[in-house]
Design a binder for this molecule. Structure first.
Ligand code: FES
Length: 149
């Protein structure tokens, strides 16, 4: 067990009420919830692993894969939706070879959607790390991600 996990677990009582705070802390430290960590949380809190997994999947805040070096968040808010966000997402998925919620095997990219990034007048848009990519089009998506043509 990684030392950080031991530290986190030892700071919490082994009760089921501790499951969410522990998971939050694990994700804060590791960036996601590895399967092994969830098993250790289950052991520590004396609940079945399926329950810990159930709790973790219930909350959108938890991730089960590490974030990629480049974190892509395609906006699916109303303004972006009516301006073609779905197509932008599909094209991005195609270029990266992953689906929403996934990370590329080389850990270079992770792809998610967000409700609104506050740039509705520039719809459709996406955040790439901390940069906003505005008024996305097929050509722009290709220019950003089409490194393999
Ligand atoms: S809906 Fe996409 S930025 Fe607001």
């Amino acid at each position: 067990m990684p030392a950080i996990l031991t530290t986190i677990l030892s700071a919490h009582e082994g009760t089921r009420e501790a499951i969410i705070p522990i998971l939050q802390q694990v994700q804060e430290e590791l960036g996601y919830l590895p399967e092994d960590a969830m098993l250790q949380v289950a052991r520590h809190t004396h609940v079945p692993a399926s329950r810990v997994y159930g709790v973790a999947t219930f909350y959108a805040q938890f991730r089960f894969t590490p974030l990629g070096k480049t974190h892509v968040m395609v906006c699916r808010g109303t303004a972006c939706h009516v301006n073609g966000a779905r197509m932008i997402l599909e094209q991005t998925e195609e270029h990266l070879g992953i689906q929403e919620g996934e990370t590329t095997p080389d850990l270079n990219y992770s792809l998610e959607t967000v409700a609104c990034i506050g740039a509705c007048s520039l719809a459709p848009c996406a955040m790439i790390n901390s940069e906003v990519e505005a008024k996305l089009t097929t050509q722009k998506v290709k220019a950003i991600f089409g490194r393999d043509g």
